[in-house]
Each structure stands twice: as C-alpha cells, then as structure tokens.
Design a protein around this ligand. Structure first.
Ligand code: SAH
Ligand code: SF4
Length: 347
C-alpha cells in the first residue's frame, strides 16, 4: 500500500489513526511537535515516543514528498528560488525572499495553471495537476528548515507561485488550516496572503472560511475589454461581478483587500487608465499594489518604465486610493511574479 503523506492529514485524521494503537493522549501532540515544530525529517528522530510506534508511523506515512532539484540565488543573495520534484515527477517552484525579520515564502498551488493569463510564465506552460495540501506545506517546511538553521523563521507566506489557488480550493484551504494552527506551523493568518485572478464563487467562501487571511485580487485592467484580453478568466467572471464580490467580501470580513496591477508598457499604464482604475476602487477598503510587469517567454511587451509607474501611482493617490509600488525581486533569476514555470525558465 502506498504511504500517506503525513502533511496531508488533518489533526482529526491523525487522531483517528492513533486511536486503534491505544496510545496515551499526549502522543498526538508529541508527533505534531516533532514534525511541524522541530521539523524532523524521519520518525526515528521522535525519541520521546516508543520505538514500535515510530516504526508503525514510518510504515504508514511519508514525511517529505518533494526532492530538491535545483536552487538559484539572486546576486544579492536575498532571493532564492528552488525547483522541487514531486513524487510523480512533476516540477514546481517556490521562492524565499529574505527581509530582516520578515522572511517571506511564495508557494505554488498547482503544477502549471489553466487560466492562461497572457503575460504569465505559469499560464504559458498550461495545466498539469493540483497540488495536495501536504505538497503546499512541504514547500514552506523546506524554507522553515533552512531558516531555523540560521536562527530565523518564515514570517510571511504568499500564495503567489504557480497556479490559481481558488481552482484548488479544498487543498489550499486545508494547507491554510495547518499553517495557522498553533499546534502545527503556527504562522499567524494575518501573515498569509492568497492571490486570485478572481474565481468568483470562491471569494465569499474564502472570506467565511479564512476571514483573517489576506486576500489579493489580480486586476491588471480596469475595463472588461482589456482585462479579457490579458486575463481570459475575465470572460467568465467579468469585472462588475468581480467588484461586487469584492465589496461583499469587505463588508463580510471588514478586511482590507489588495488589488494587484502589473503595469505593461503602453497597454494598461496610461493616465486615463489610471483614472478609470481609481474610479473602480474608490471608496473601497483596499490597497493597490503596483508592479512593473516582469518578462516572460511568450509575451513580448515589457513592463512600464519607472516614470510611468510613478505617474500612474500619482493619479491613484490623487483620487484618495492607497498605493504601494512593489519592488521587483529576483527578476534576474526568473523568480519574480509570474515568472515561475519549470524547468526551461530555471536559470
Ligand atoms: N494565480 C494567482 C496567483 C499566482 S500569480 C493570481 O493570478 O493571482 C501571482 C501574481 O503575479 C498575480 O498577481 C499575477 O497576476 C502576477 N503576475 C503574473 N505574471 C506576471 C508578470 N509577468 N509580471 C508581474 N506580475 C505577474
Ligand atoms: Fe494562473 Fe495567476 Fe498566472 Fe493567471 S497569473 S496564469 S491565474 S498563475
């Protein structure tokens, strides 16, 4: 029988597995502490539990489903992209961005992505499969191990790697439960952000299930014509419906939404488009995150020059919209937003 991935099971499921083994109640906590906190790579390291139970766990469970294929670091050493191989041979990427006391990890949720956003390397490679919650967690755990060895820890997690999280809602949701559970990874929900291109039916559900986790919406255009060209998902979930769902999300959770907008040279970066965008989001509890588009293989248009980013930002600010301009990180190692695809993009 193939082993179950340990990080795929819930606390309840672990409890159910332990029950017939007639173990004392505190075993569950010991096992979870060993695997989620001390980050043991083998059950043998659980020295505080009996040897036969360690052997039993080893028979049933596999701890690490990802093998490290390649690592590349940015010139300044602060951004690190890794290529993992899953058990079935699929390749996925994850990124660590080191900031002082704010180490941030970007995880993938799918192998590829079916949404086909034209400027996104992941979209350009097509869709292979969903990742399981344990495969999502294992990406975080890899970096947590690395940082623990340096006396540091993962502080922030962004679901902005390969894939559309809301097309893999159930597994994403399970992984969020494990990350935020103090008995497991214990990373505060408010330190976690999930980014979606706008899979409408899941927005309200997410607000109900994970009201403390941050939500980012990838907008990139403020009218349906342009947005449908850039993001084919807009043809299914058009802007007015998306914005309505966003307003309802804010009303239900009272949480500030983030709108992502990648500025593309002479495509979506004019002052008129900035004004249109400002009017779309004006008065909403939100923050706009601007970034100059990163290069990808099949999309020739470059990101906007710096002065256009600044001019665009100014229009939003003048309209009372809160804006941040995201620093490009890891672009020279193709670890920037929308640059994750494997393996030809790995350099
Ligand atoms: N599928 C989700 C999350 C992964 S993409 C989503 O689309 O939101 C993470 C972010 O990177 C999204 O905001 C996405 O629009 C953006 N992105 C994709 N390609 C990009 C590129 N070439 N340059 C800059 N940002 C890009
Ligand atoms: Fe998928 Fe997001 Fe890339 Fe669009 S931007 S193709 S939704 S990963």
């Amino acid at each position: 029988m193939p082993k179950t991935l340990f990080y795929d099971i819930t606390t309840q499921e672990l409890e159910d597995q332990l029950r017939p083994l007639s173990q004392p109640g505190f075993r569950l906590k010991q096992i979870q502490q060993g695997l989620y906190n001390k980050l043991y790579a083998t059950f043998d390291e659980l020295e505080n539990i009996p040897k036969n139970l360690r052997a039993e766990l080893d028979d049933r469970f596999l701890i690490n489903p990802l093998s490290l294929e390649r690592v590349v670091k940015s010139r300044d050493g602060n951004t690190e992209k890794v290529l993992f191989k899953c058990l079935d041979g699929s390749l996925i990427e994850a990124v660590l961005m080191r900031f002082e006391h704010r180490n941030s990890v970007c995880v993938s949720t799918q192998v590829g992505c079916p949404m086909g956003c034209v400027f996104c390397s992941t979209g350009q490679m097509g869709f292979q499969r969903n990742l399981s919650s344990g495969e999502i967690l294992a990406q975080v755990i890899h970096f947590q191990r690395l940082l623990h060895a340096e006396g540091e820890a993962v502080r922030n997690i962004v679901y902005m790697g390969m894939g559309e999280p809301f097309l893999n809602y159930e597994q994403v949701s399970k992984s969020l439960d494990a990350l935020s559970d103090p008995e497991r990874l214990g990373i505060g929900s408010r330190k976690i952000t999930v980014s979606t291109v706008g899979v409408l039916p899941k927005i309200a559900k997410f607000g109900g299930d994970h009201p403390q986790v941050n939500l980012a919406i990838s907008l990139h255009a403020a009218n349906d014509e342009l947005r449908s060209q850039l993001l084919p998902a807009n043809r299914i979930y058009p802007l007015h419906a998306l914005m309505k769902a966003c307003r309802e999300y804010i009303a239900a959770t009272n949480r500030k939404l983030t709108f992502e907008y990648a500025l593309i040279d002479n495509v979506n970066d004019s002052l008129d488009q900035a004004q249109e965008f400002a009017e779309l989001v004006q008065g909403m509890l939100c923050i706009v995150n601007l970034i100059a588009l990163n290069p990808s293989k099949d999309y020739p248009t470059p990101g906007s020059p710096r002065d256009r980013v600044e001019a665009f930002r100014q229009v939003l600010v003048d309209n009372g919209v809160q804006v941040t301009v995201r620093l490009r990180r890891g672009v020279e190692i193709n670890a920037g937003c929308g640059q994750l695809a494997s393996p030809e993009n790995f350099k």
